[in-house]
Design a protein around this ligand. Structure first.
Ligand SMILES: C[S@@+](CC[C@H](N)C(=O)[O-])C[C@H]1O[C@@H](n2cnc3c(N)ncnc32)[C@H](O)[C@@H]1O
Length: 250
């Protein structure tokens, strides 16, 4: 039921977020997906994840979502590309500092009690030249009605939509943490004058300490040849038929 409601209410936004983010990531990038949720994006984007050979670490606090995500990883044979952990971002420990090329907050940033602490912890996990991606609904002007409604939605849907995020507060937080916006994409306008936006920021101290810029080395995935497409399809068939279920990482 939880996953059904989630898919019903979040599916479209999820698609927009991952479609934009996965297109942005260069091949072989290491990504930390904070709040990966139930992984429904895998159903649509398994090809691009495999083609680009992305290495995604997904963390989440919801076991039920992670179990669903774990099933999709096996169903699409993405065990080499996606690993998941049951851990809050406030406690998660990466293998080392400077480990990831990108950190993605897809509709999760507005859920954290102390966003400043989350930024302090996570930005040191990124390599020099890496980026943080925030995909979220933003508001330019205050809506008291929405501030009242949003927290209550959890009781009807079981989904936590977090607090209302105002552009002014978000920008002030980024400034305080020395994170500079390198891209601000309006993805779609929403109800109550909300806007789905993707923000891409620098990581440590607002600068790329080595001068290396991952954005410069972005490549578009090349077209597959007909033979590669056939091979990919038959590999997927094999993976799907050898799917077995076990619990998600913890
Ligand atoms: C709205 S969902 C978005 C899921 C997915 N990224 C997407 O775009 O469809 C937010 C996710 O963040 C997770 N989350 C909330 N607080 C978290 C925390 N402190 N650490 C890690 N994940 C968290 C929730 O359990 C939920 O799965």
């Amino acid at each position: 039921m939880r996953n059904y409601l989630y898919s019903l209410l979040i599916d479209d936004v999820t698609y927009l977020c991952y479609w934009n983010s996965l297109d942005f990531f260069p091949p072989h990038a290491k990504i930390l997906d904070v709040g990966i949720g139930n992984g429904i994006m895998i159903e649509k984007f398994h090809d691009i994840i495999r083609e680009k050979d992305l290495k995604i670490t997904g963390i989440d606090i919801n076991r039920s979502y992670l179990t669903h995500c774990s099933g999709l990883i096996r169903e699409w044979g993405l065990e080499k590309n996606i690993e998941i952990f049951h851990a809050p971002v406030e406690h998660f420990q990466p293998p080392e500092d400077g480990y990831y090329d990108f950190i993605l907050f897809s509709m999760s940033f507005m859920l954290f009690r102390d966003q400043g602490i989350v930024l302090d912890r996570t930005r040191t996990w990124i390599k020099p030249g890496g980026r943080i991606l925030f995909f979220q609904t933003m508001f330019r002007t205050r809506s008291i009605l929405l501030e009242l409604i949003k927290p209550k939605l959890k009781y009807f849907t079981t989904i936590d939509f977090g607090r209302v995020t105002y552009e002014r507060d978000f920008f002030a937080l980024l400034k305080e943490k020395d994170l500079q916006i390198v891209e601000d994409r309006l993805i779609r306008k929403e109800w109550f004058k909300g806007e789905y936006r993707l923000f891409i920021t620098t990581s440590v101290n607002g600068r790329d300490s080595t001068g290396e810029n991952l954005l410069m080395s972005r490549e578009k995935p090349r077209e597959k040849t007909p033979t590669e497409s056939v091979n990919l399809r038959s590999k997927q068939e094999r993976n799907r038929s050898s799917f077995t279920h076990s619990d998600c990482h913890s």
